[in-house]
Ligand binder design. Structure first.
Ligand code: NDP
Ligand code: 8X3
Length: 255
């Protein structure tokens, strides 16, 4: 296997899926992960058809530490050492004040966005250190830079990703491993459908009146990052669509 290898969490939809496709287009073999096996299988076929690169489907829930460990420990030998890890799997569940929030939602966000990212990184970082190179890309959010009304716990988890990215950059420094956070603003994916628990109308309304980011826009940035010279590391990238200035100010043109 001569191609470079990328390990992408949350590749079944949205940003992760777009990144997997883009890296395959650039000749990377990819390990694609997520809970929905059927979507992983169809992405696997799509990548192989379009780009003729190798793909390994790894189907697990990132909240389940034992599953994460088992999946990564048991990767076949040629799949064990990624050049790139994209920690993308994540979600928002609900949009409520603290006093009205649902603790099950809080746990899901904390377990996925923080603990899941840690479990995967804990398994892959030592391999990067051992091989002497690698690039960890964490998908944070503009919600990790600011808080917005009713965003409380989601924002807290993304602030944690922001802090963990800075900490990982320090920890990886002696080993020549790059660490980057990409912190996007609103991107039209399944994100809002998941946040609003399948309420499509509410989810669609989030993106009405402006052109949000897409998964492909984030994939553009990942592609750029991976083409930088070896001695250059972008540490932190906040990106929004033109219409969004921050988490609370989006210029919408509604009729
Ligand atoms: P999507 O809902 O489209 O994709 C989320 C991905 O995460 C899916 O592939 C999903 O796979 C995976 N995922 C969620 N929970 C788990 C879990 N427990 N175990 C394994 N995989 C899981 O949303 P986005 O593409 O928008 O989100 C990707 C990342 O980008 C997230 O971290 C999100 O917080 C972040 N982000 C999104 C923004 C947006 O506006 N869309 C803006 C800023 C950041 P499956 O359901 O199959 O398990
Ligand atoms: C997703 C973007 O602003 O809805 O992280 O939190 S936002």
């Amino acid at each position: 296997m001569n191609n470079k290898l990328a390990y992408i969490t949350g590749a079944t939809s949205g940003i992760g899926r777009a990144i997997a496709l883009r890296l395959a287009k650039n000749g990377y073999n990819t390990v694609i992960t997520g809970r929905r096996k059927q979507l992983l299988d169809s992405l696997c076929e799509e990548i192989k058809d379009k780009y003729q690169t190798d793909v390994l489907v790894s189907n697990y829930d990132v909240r389940d530490r034992k599953s994460v460990e088992h999946a990564i420990e048991n990767l076949p030998p040629t799949w064990k050492n990624p050049d790139v890890l994209v920690n993308n799997a994540g979600l928002a569940a609900g949009l409520n004040s603290i006093q009205e929030g649902n603790p099950d939602d809080w746990e899901q966000m904390i377990d996925t966005n923080i603990k899941g990212l840690l479990y995967v990184s804990r398994m892959i970082a030592p391999r990067m250190i051992q091989q002497g190179y690698g690039h960890i890309i964490n998908i944070g959010s503009i919600a990790g830079k600011e808080v917005y009304p009713n965003g409380n716990v989601y924002c807290a988890t993304k602030h944690a990703v922001d802090a963990l990215t800075k900490a990982m950059r320090i920890d990886m420094l002696p080993y020549g491993i790059k660490v980057t956070q990409i912190a996007p603003g609103a991107a039209e994916t399944e994100f809002s459908l998941v946040r609003f628990k399948g309420d499509k109308q509410t989810a669609d309304n989030v993106y009405k009146g402006f052109t949000p980011l897409s998964g492909e826009d984030v994939a553009d940035v990942v592609e750029y990052l991976l083409k930088l010279p070896e001695h250059v590391c972008l540490n932190d990238i906040v990106m929004t669509c033109l219409a969004q200035a921050n988490t609370t100010m989006t210029h919408k043109k509604l009729n």
